[in-house]
Design a protein around this ligand. Structure first.
Ligand code: ADP
Length: 194
């Protein structure tokens, strides 16, 4: 199995790159952010709970996102591999994901961090807020999300580095160029995995 984590600050382009990866490789896309947005739209129990956290720029409690992830993994037992986009976002989530995959006799193959400087992140999110009306892309919430990213999610860089699985990708280039950097590494990993 090939299991890839794509992570980075909000606005780094992980959603876009994950879409491109699943279009080109036989992997199943798990985006906790889009799953939650659709739960909110349908106003399910989880959606109602998630709404306030997301609109305020906060992370959901780990137990909620972990349960959501377990449900997705269990409903897709025959996939050849996964792209984890938006999960893990905390060390507890990363440790849990390692354990869940170990129980399924597999593990994370690589963690891609999309690295983009703060000014560009703010610019991209403000543009997305205007174009797509995402209610967490407002100036105050953007600042909050960046702050939470630095504290809670950035430590994942050290976590995957220690496991020898980290790939830092410059995310400040055009979409196709960023994807080209990812593709090169993925092709190599697939070759080594054979
Ligand atoms: P972005 O990376 O642009 O912030 P996402 O679509 O990945 O956007 O996530 C949107 C929001 O959903 C996050 O700000 C957070 O509130 C919530 N969320 C998504 N995944 C998780 C997670 N693994 N743990 C906690 N909260 C999450």
């Amino acid at each position: 199995m090939l299991n890839i984590v794509v992570f980075g600050a909000p606005g780094c382009g992980k959603g876009t790159q994950s879409e491109l990866i699943v279009k080109n490789y036989d992997l199943f896309h798990i985006s906790t952010g889009s799953t939650l947005r659709s739960e909110i739209e349908k106003q399910t129990e989880l959606g109602k709970l998630a709404e306030e956290y997301i609109n305020n720029g906060h992370l959901l409690p780990d137990d909620l996102t972990i349960k959501m992830l377990v449900d997705i993994l269990e409903s897709n037992p025959d996939e050849k591999g996964f792209i984890f986009d938006g999960f893990p976002r905390t060390i507890v989530q990363a440790e849990t994901l390692d354990r869940l995959l170990r129980e399924r006799n597999t593990g994370i193959t690589a963690g891609f961090n999309l690295d983009v400087e703060e000014e560009m992140l703010i610019e991209r999110m403000s543009k997305r807020g205007k174009e797509q009306g995402r209610c967490d892309d407002t100036p105050d919430t953007i600042r909050k999300r960046l702050e939470i990213y630095r504290i809670r999610t950035e430590p994942l860089i050290a976590y995957y580095k220690k496991q020898g699985k980290l790939f830092m990708i410059k995310g400040n280039k055009p979409v196709e160029d960023v994807f080209e950097s990812i593709r090169e590494i993925l092709d190599r990993l697939i070759y080594q995995n054979k």
